[in-house]
Design a binder for this molecule. Structure first.
Ligand SMILES: [Fe+2]
Length: 297
């Protein structure tokens, strides 16, 4: 019933600085601006994939999921309620750029999630060697990763794809759209943007290096999902990833367990060419919290 990850809403103290970075270096484009917020698109069809809202401190405000129809939004709403979503708004028209019909709720760990259908889509979707297509996954820290995954399965119809150190879940043919990483509290681990291929990941890495954001982990190829990756620390210590070649899976995919994904000593990916994640990045991956309360733009 949920068909994809549309993107994320971030709260940031300096929207203009973030917008400059995410357009000039990260290479998204401005889809809309309203009331101090900036809405950025990739080259895919989603109206926007990253929204920047003025807030006192950096935070993750909302994860946006796409549904196929308004009727599906209603169905998912019922399901989320039955699964025990504590704070949940009724489905309604969405007033922000992109519009649509959706509802917002908080999961048991306080992550704010919105399910949207009927929003505007761009007719000029394309693939560009130097621009992200879309947000392909978000990884979240949690002290209860199996409980968190179980809630998303029950409430939103996700399926578990794999378990390594992380628990990977999906809502479409991509190996994962969300993954839960062990952590002391409910925080953001990283946001991954899909690029056209390995060459695009590396060209992006070059732009980032020139802009003062060297690779913090990678280039490498993950085990679960088989995707190529390069990780960076963006403005305000949001950890962001360029990735490509995410494995496509179907209902015959076999869920594997942590022992199936053990790398040789000293390796942190399938290639073994990269150093492990930098200490700076590991610290940044614990810093960004969900803002308190349901998000109402
Ligand atoms: Fe990732």
């Amino acid at each position: 019933m949920v068909t994809g990850l549309r993107g994320v809403d971030l709260g940031v103290p300096d929207v203009a600085a973030h917008a400059r970075f995410y357009t000039e270096v990260w290479r998204l484009s401005v889809a809309a601006e309203r009331d101090g917020s900036v809405y950025l698109r990739g080259t895919g069809a989603y109206h926007h994939i990253l929204a920047l809202h003025p807030r006192d401190k950096p935070g993750l405000l909302c994860i946006n999921l796409a549904a196929a129809s308004r009727a599906d939004v209603d169905r998912v709403h019922l399901r989320a309620k039955e699964a025990g979503a504590s704070r949940i708004d009724p489905p309604a028209a969405i007033g922000e750029p992109g519009g649509g019909y959706g509802f917002i709720f908080a999961d048991p760990d306080g992550r704010v999630v919105r399910v949207i259908a009927g929003d505007q889509r761009h007719a000029d979707a394309s693939v560009s060697p130097d621009r992200p297509l879309q947000v392909t996954h978000v990884v979240l820290n949690t002290p209860r990763q199996e409980d968190a995954a179980a809630f998303w399965v029950k409430a939103l119809g996700f399926e578990v794809s794999d378990r390594s150190l992380l628990t990977f879940i999906r809502c479409n043919a991509d190996h994962h759209n969300i993954a839960f990483h062990p952590g002391e509290s409910s925080t953001l681990h990283h946001i991954a943007f899909e690029m056209a291929g390995i060459d695009s990941v590396m060209r992006g890495a070059g732009r980032m290096r020139d802009a003062g954001h060297p690779i913090e982990w990678g280039p490498g190829r993950h085990g679960p999902g088989n995707n190529v990756f390069a990780y960076f620390i963006g403005p305000d210590d949001f950890v962001i990833e360029y990735t490509a070649e995410v494995e496509k899976v179907d209902e015959n995919y076999r869920v594997r367990e942590p022992r199936d994904w053990a790398y040789p000593p000293g390796h942190s990916d399938l290639w073994g060419a990269t150093s492990p994640p930098s200490d700076r990045m590991k610290a940044a991956q614990k810093k960004i919290q969900f803002a308190r309360g349901l998000f109402h733009p």
